[in-house]
Design a protein around this ligand. Sequence first.
Ligand code: IMP
Length: 429
Amino acid sequence: MPAYGIVGAQWGDEGKGKVVDFLAEEADVVVRYSGGSNAGHTVINEKGEFALHLIPSGIFRPHVDAVIGPGVVLDPVVLLGELESLNERGVDTSRLFISDHTHIVMPYHIMLDQLEEQARGNNAIGTTGRGIGPTYVDKVARTGIRLGDLLDETYLASRLENVVAQKNRLLTRVFDADPIDFDALLAQVRSWGNALRPYVASVEHRILDRLARGARVVLEGAQGAMLDLDHGTYPYVTSSSVSIGGACTGLGISPREIVGIIGVFKAYSTRVGAGPMTTELDDEVGHDIRERAWEYGTTTGRPRRVGWFDGLAARYSATINGFTSAVLTRLDVLDGIDPVKICTAYEADGKRIHRFPSEPGLLERATPIWEEMPGWSAPTAGITDISQLPPEASAYVRRIEDVIGCPIDLISTGPRRDESIVVRPIILR
Ligand code: IMP
């Protein structure tokens, strides 16, 4: 004890990278528990600006162990590139530990992700094209290759031969694509094994031992709860358990270890890829927010869809995760926008809806009911003290607190570590 889960509470891109980097000051271990290089966590600190896709955002704190857990799917090309670029910029990566149970994103997963998206036509999900879905499919189908497999050359060769034969049948006969050259792939995968060997560890035991000795462990989520495979807006979701339950299954820790579940909310909504987004703004305000906040994907560069804060989705997310604290990010983006709006109900089929709906198709038909609040003209950007917030911004924060049903303990007023208002300490010493 104790572990703290940091979960994206909307559709991802809430600013978890900054929040984890900030909270890592008080932590001993930071662990990524789900997703893969579809994530893009931006961290700005004294060494510069970094976009991390796989390495936990705690890597910048020299006293912190940065751990990649077995629930993550790992693309070695991305990871090795990330390690190289961090090392070039003077970041010590010797405290990175990767679970030997982590599944490897293979080149055929990336090919299949793209081929499957093309085959979906108008029903495409808008995946990041990073091979995430097909890697999780293989994990569940028990045809995945795990990091530990890369360390045993004989075992790797026989297992990979079997899997590649199956993938080649799929690639050539279903998708009419070129087959994979087994020998070239084996050589590539062996070289990954050699490069990653120093980082491979039995992290489950390591985390449990550290927890037993009282270390503070931050569980770093990726994406957002509305993209959760089970609880999100299926089928427009990612393929992993984004919510807090994923931290337990993805790491092998008991829910009893988790003393704080922190939901990270952006002061408005964004979504990348297809799928319903009831509060989406297709107007000047949406355009203005996208440009001033540079709402473009860290991983794919795609423009993010922008909308007002969706209170129903937010409350649903708070409920399924049981948030004990919330963090509100990018409040400063709304500076000067008047009025600001929160969606507090939907309307569909002539009825008012007060709970995030699960009936198929209902969300697609729903329209938002807005609550309008006065905006604020004095800037909140860079404010570090709650008493300095303009009264209208304070009222907006309090209303969001009401809507989600849990206290906002940290407010982010800019991308840098120090541009933060600590309302109440989240990680207790
Ligand atoms: P996948 O995870 O690449 O399979 O993509 C599935 C859906 O999740 C798509 O709509 C993606 O845009 C979305 N998605 C995946 N990762 C992220 C993320 O880190 N931020 C925002 N959206 C994401």
